[in-house]
Design a protein around this ligand. Structure first.
Ligand code: SF4
Length: 304
């Protein structure tokens, strides 16, 4: 099918099945353009929690679709490709979290949303890269077990020095693909540009940044800024949204290697096939949903 026919067919299926499409900022441009909502993990979770749609197709990776299912268990949650996983989420299991709790029994478990539903089910509260600092500050606990991203954990630790943060050693392979040397080189080429990076980047890259934030925070920062040149250190899919909100600004990806192969598994063809067949669906045990929802709700209740 031609792309325009495919887009038309998807629109028709959305209408007849009362479905909405949520897409992450790292999706292919054509998948973002067909979505009813595009955002980061926190914004997608908030949208799903408030949505009245019967069917939600999540164009992202598996943990994002699981998050939607946990928040809206009565809805049919579809994904374009069940194999779109997250290597960062895969670095920790629920059993490993339980062992950490045995070692630090008085600490609260804060799990980044980039975790499985099972890990969320044994966590006290979740966080995203938008609100991790706020979530940790909101807790009465002195000790924090932070899983699974070591760079986001270190970012939180620097901003909340009054707490003891025990950080899991996971990382996002895509955000590890940009080095401090590469960013420094880009700064040499574009000396007037502001450097904006995601907190999943290594600390040496974060140290060179003028602004550190989630994808939505990066988009908001660049759109609102009076500056007109930016070096962007996050997955390349975000450039599509940035070109829409800041069409007259000069934007440079910090490294052409910053492409998440899992995010790119979702295509328009797979979106169409999933809506048509109502497969693959996300299904989770009720007990996991109930326990994981407590951790996600606790996050959503943290005041902005
Ligand atoms: S960009 Fe990194 S954290 Fe996000 S889905 Fe890909 S591997 Fe996971």
């Amino acid at each position: 099918m031609e792309q325009t026919d495919l887009v038309r067919a998807i629109e028709e299926l959305k209408r007849t099945s009362k479905a909405v499409i949520l897409a992450h900022n790292y999706q292919r441009p054509e998948v973002q353009d067909i979505a009813d909502f595009v955002g980061d993990s926190l914004a997608m979770a908030q949208y799903a929690a408030a949505s009245e749609a019967n069917v939600i197709l999540v164009a992202g990776v598996r943990f994002m679709a699981e998050t939607v299912k946990i928040l809206a268990p009565q809805k049919l949650v579809l994904v374009p490709d069940l194999n779109a996983g997250c290597p960062l989420a895969d670095t920790i299991t629920a059993e490993q979290v339980l062992k950490l709790k045995e070692v630090h029994p008085r600490a609260a478990v804060v799990s980044y949303v980039n975790t499985s539903a099972e890990v969320k089910a044994v966590s006290d509260i979740c966080c995203t890269s938008s609100n991790a600092v706020r979530v940790v500050r909101s807790l009465p606990h002195q000790g924090i077990i932070f899983v699974p991203d070591r760079n986001l954990g270190a970012f939180v630790e620097r901003r909340v020095p009054e707490k003891k943060v025990f950080i899991w050693d996971g990382f996002c392979p895509t955000h590890h693909l940009v080095s401090a040397e590469e960013v420094a080189q880009m700064k040499g080429l574009h000396p007037r540009a502001e450097v904006v990076v995601h907190p999943e980047c290594v600390p040496e890259v974060q140290a060179l940044a003028d602004f550190i934030g989630s994808t939505s925070q990066i988009i908001g920062h660049i759109a609102d800024s009076e500056k007109d040149e930016f070096i962007v250190g996050t997955e390349e899919g975000v450039m599509h949204a940035l070109r829409k909100v800041a069409p007259n600004k000069q934007l440079y990806l910090a490294s052409p290697k910053m492409v998440c192969p899992n995010m790119k598994k979702n295509t328009l063809e797979k979106v169409y096939a999933a809506l048509l067949s109502r497969q693959p669906q996300i299904d989770l045990p009720g007990e996991i949903i109930d326990r994981a929802r407590r951790a996600l709700r606790a996050m959503l209740e943290v005041k902005p």
